[in-house]
Design a protein around this ligand. Structure first.
Ligand code: ZN
Length: 365
């Protein structure tokens, strides 16, 4: 929802082809009337850039730009992290589930930009835990893995990446035959997917070479992922995955995150029909959840303990969903790392789906 329009001053031109989009020093603009709309606030201030002469409005700088019912965005965010599925949320809001899915994508894009823009700067000041969360997209024959880098002390999710996996574990003979038929038709995932995606996650979490203490389980991909990072040095502590998952386990931060992910995300509930139908759907909901866990949710619901962002010194107090959605973020002004660029532009393919819906709009970022 917009803040009062009369007080708002734009900080840069919203048009990416204008010089004053990236370099707002000395930018001149003028107020350019109003327009009215059905949703509150009904009167929206318009502006005109003194350089490129394009007009824009207060809404251009609000995450709810172009939405007929802007209140949906905040409400949808709250319910997406409250373990509801799209159709349940849409029924509550009185909209179609496809409307909600589009807003979920918009929220995910905002979440990626926010996580990047507000990421901790400088050398990493804590140990990290590297682990993965296994889910699936489209069907259980298409497992996927969220590779997570979580702060040992703060529990801040420094990075996540997604990789697709081959179905494994115990299967009946019929299930093996079906897997073979599917793989014959759509191909097999890269066997090094976890190794590569773990490396990508570490590079997002620790962009500059430094010494890092990493805790992980005994998955064979992790030492290989660390070896791929030339210039960084690591102390790698391995904890057997069979060890009791208590608060004293060195992997507690990711074990807790796994628990919260299943508790908060309808698509990762056990035996659910709300599972994600595409890999992009897994990524979108993960981005929103990580943003909420890092900046809004206190460590303990009963005892407080601050949000991970507060524990890391990034914030003095918890953010709210309203404050996270106060200002629109522009992808042209936030440098997203390589895999997150694909996540932002919806370029992650799902094998069984002929084509996804890439995000190609020029003004609606
Ligand atoms: Zn301009």
């Amino acid at each position: 929802m917009s803040t009062p329009t009369v007080l708002f001053k734009p900080e840069h031109c919203p048009r990416t082809d204008c010089h004053y989009h990236r370099y707002p020093l000395g930018w001149r603009w003028q107020r350019w009337g109003f327009y009215s709309r059905d949703a509150a606030p009904r009167r929206i201030q318009r502006f005109r850039c003194g350089h490129c002469l394009h007009t824009f409005s207060r809404q251009t700088f609000d995450p709810t730009y172009w939405l007929k019912r802007p209140g949906f965005l905040r409400e949808g965010f709250q319910r997406l992290v409250a373990c509801s599925c799209f159709r349940q949320i849409a029924r509550g809001l009185g909209c179609s589930h496809t409307t909600l899915m589009r807003q979920c994508s918009r929220l995910a894009r905002h979440a990626l930009l926010y996580l990047r823009q507000h990421a901790p700067q400088g050398p990493l000041a804590e140990h990290v835990v590297l682990d993965g969360f296994e889910g699936y997209a489209y069907s259980q024959y298409h497992p996927c893995y969220l590779n997570l880098v979580v702060g040992s002390v703060s529990h801040y999710v420094h990075a996540f990446t997604e990789s697709e996996l081959r179905r494994k574990g115990s299967m009946t003979a019929a299930q093996r035959r079906r897997r073979a038929r599917i793989e014959h038709r759509v191909g097999r995932p890269d066997p090094k997917a976890i190794e590569k995606a773990s490396e990508a996650a570490l590079r997002i979490a620790v962009p500059e070479p430094q010494h890092v203490v990493v805790h992980s389980d005994d998955h064979h991909a992790y030492p290989r992922a660390l070896n791929r990072m030339v210039g960084w040095s690591f102390t790698h502590h391995v904890t057997a995955s069979k060890q009791a998952r208590t608060a004293h386990n060195p992997l507690f931060p990711v074990n807790r995150l796994d628990l919260l992910t299943r508790h908060s995300s309808a698509n990762h509930k056990r035996e659910t029909i709300a599972f994600s139908k595409s890999r992009q759907g897994v990524i979108d909901r993960a981005a929103i959840l990580m943003l909420w866990l890092n900046f809004v949710k206190p460590f303990s619901e009963r005892r407080g303990g601050g949000t991970p962002a507060m524990r890391l010194g990034l914030r003095q107090r918890p953010e709210t969903v309203r404050s996270l959605l106060r200002e629109r973020l522009f992808p042209s002004l936030v440098a997203l790392p390589a895999p997150w660029q694909d996540y932002y532009w919806r370029a992650v393919p799902t094998r069984e789906l002929a084509r996804g819906r890439p995000h190609t709009l020029k003004l609606a970022t």
